[in-house]
Design a protein. Sequence first.
Length: 223
Amino acid sequence: MPSTPDTQEIQLIIEDVGGGRDHGKPPAGRGGGGDERKPGPSGRASPNRYYTGIAVAIVSILMFFMALVSAYVVRRGSSVDWISFHFPPIVWVNTAILFASSISLEVARRRLVISDSAAFRKWWSITTFLGILFLAGQLIAWRQLARQGVYLASNPASSFFYIFTGAHAIHVLGGVAALLFVALRNFDRATVSPMTAVRVTSYYWHFLDALWIFLAALLYLGR
């Protein structure tokens, strides 16, 4: 039976709608989600990957220290050989130094926001110096304990002190390395922008500052 005019018109409409598009290519604005993850015109990678990376790192470090804190609390509560020692006073000086470094870092970050490069470099250098000074202060704290005859294996109290402060110092050393990286890096050839690098470093540094205040209080009260 020959096609009716109405049937022919419906077929023409369907062919016109479907045939006007190249089925071998996705429609514009769809299927191109991969382009959103590519570097922009400046060659910079998306900052989200760096923010995600530092968030994962901070959570991992926090879980590590919380595991140590749990072991510390359990050991402190059930120990019969826990021997108190004279808490090194330099610890409080170190705490003030690290807290000051967070302030100087924040000042440096805000200077960069308003494109004051000279002030940014000055305050960033101050932060780096304070970070190195904190590490030197930790060495002094350990030497003060050694002069008391208190070492890593002396008793559980001293063991936890060395473990906590040593582990934190290692992470601060990584933070100082990040500070030096930002200070010395030529960002004209980097895939990360200066502002992203500064923000990621500041998140990590402020976290270490808050973590140290908590650890210093824990060790002092539980010594």
